[in-house]
Design a protein around this ligand. Structure first.
Ligand SMILES: Cc1ncc(C[n+]2csc(CCOP(=O)(O)OP(=O)(O)O)c2C)c(N)n1
Ligand code: SF4
Ligand SMILES: [Mg+2]
Length: 283
């Protein structure tokens, strides 16, 4: 298989986002246009005449990547170019906060594009500021005592909007992610994949623990893996034995000062949400 992302990028050791980028193009191949907003994924799009992508790519603003996807998608339609994938690779801040209105608008208009959010749970590129996607108890430079508010659930927001395909994924289960990218390509409309993506420097974690942490997030039910086609939910990885949230938290320095009651609330919310997903699957 051709490697469509250059080697020797300046992403950090153990970066989840880079693995996501490589995996997207492993599945979709050459006939793909990649878009990135200001964020760590912009490292791949590059500066001036240098780029890490071996496919066409475009750098948007932070608030409007989905609007650019819409425009490119419509232009391709007008040219009868139906075999080209339009893909956004955006961070959590650029998705659940700053780019939300553009994403919601593009989904409402029903354009055909694939939006992959790599969720490293903070604004990493600008120095680890909290985002709407930062979980309770996590240290960031703007939540020195740990974040108080729960993580925003963008997937449920898009489900409520009636998006034809939405899924969660994790770099810990990369085959599951790749299957979802392949499904997203077949959807005649917007498709969104929210992907758990460890960031060793931002999480004060060891680079070698990236995959372990990404698996534990799923196996603790903190980040359940599922997809919904036309609103029909299917849990794609059933958790038979719930893993230890304590072990998950201890691998990351950002949770060093988390309080017992916050750990409890994370565990309770995780269990409730996972059960809710199983119930909607059964309907
Ligand atoms: C409207 C706007 N606000 C702020 C910025 C500055 N900025 C550039 S990258 C970035 C962080 C984006 O965070 P996220 O989307 O989570 O991606 P990550 O850095 O974590 O990869 C910010 C705040 C900007 N470019 N545009
Ligand atoms: S700061 Fe985090 S997301 Fe950004 S390149 Fe480094 S590991 Fe990847
Ligand atoms: Mg981020």
């Amino acid at each position: 298989m051709a490697d469509l992302v250059s080697k020797g990028l300046t992403t950090c050791e153990g970066c989840g986002m880079e693995l996501i980028a490589r995996s997207i193009l492993d599945v979709l191949g050459q006939n793909t246009i990649m878009l990135t907003p200001p964020s760590c994924s912009a490292i791949l799009t590059g500066f001036g005449s240098e780029t890490g992508w071996k496919v066409p790519a475009f750098q948007s603003n932070l608030e409007n990547i989905a609007a650019y996807c819409s425009g490119i998608s419509v232009a391709l339609e007008h040219q009868n170019k139906t075999d080209i994938n339009v893909v956004a690779l955006a961070g959590d801040g650029g998705t659940v906060d700053i780019g939300l209105q553009a994403l919601s608008g593009a989904v409402e208009r029903g354009h055909k594009f694939i939006y992959v959010c790599y969720d490293n749970e903070a604004y990493m590129n600008t120095g680890i500021q909290r985002s709407g996607s930062t979980p309770v108890g996590a240290w960031t430079t703007t939540t020195p005592g740990g974040k108080k508010e729960p993580k925003k659930n963008i997937v449920e927001m898009l489900l409520a909007q009636g998006i034809p395909y939405v899924a969660t994924a994790s770099v810990g289960y990369i085959d599951d992610f790749k299957k979802k990218v392949a499904k997203a390509r077949e959807i005649d409309g917007p498709a969104y994949i929210h992907t758990f993506s460890p960031c060793p420097p931002g999480w004060r974690a060891k680079p070698r623990d990236t995959i372990k942490i990404a698996k534990l997030a799923v196996d603790t039910n903190l980040f359940p893996l599922f997809e919904a086609i036309d609103g029909e939910v299917r849990v794609t990885r059933k958790v038979r034995k719930v893993a230890s949230i304590k072990e998950y938290l201890e691998l990351q320095g950002r949770f060093r000062n988390i309080r017992d009651e916050e750990v409890e609330s994370l565990a309770t919310d995780a269990e409730n949400y996972y059960n809710k997903l199983l119930e909607s699957e059964a309907k």
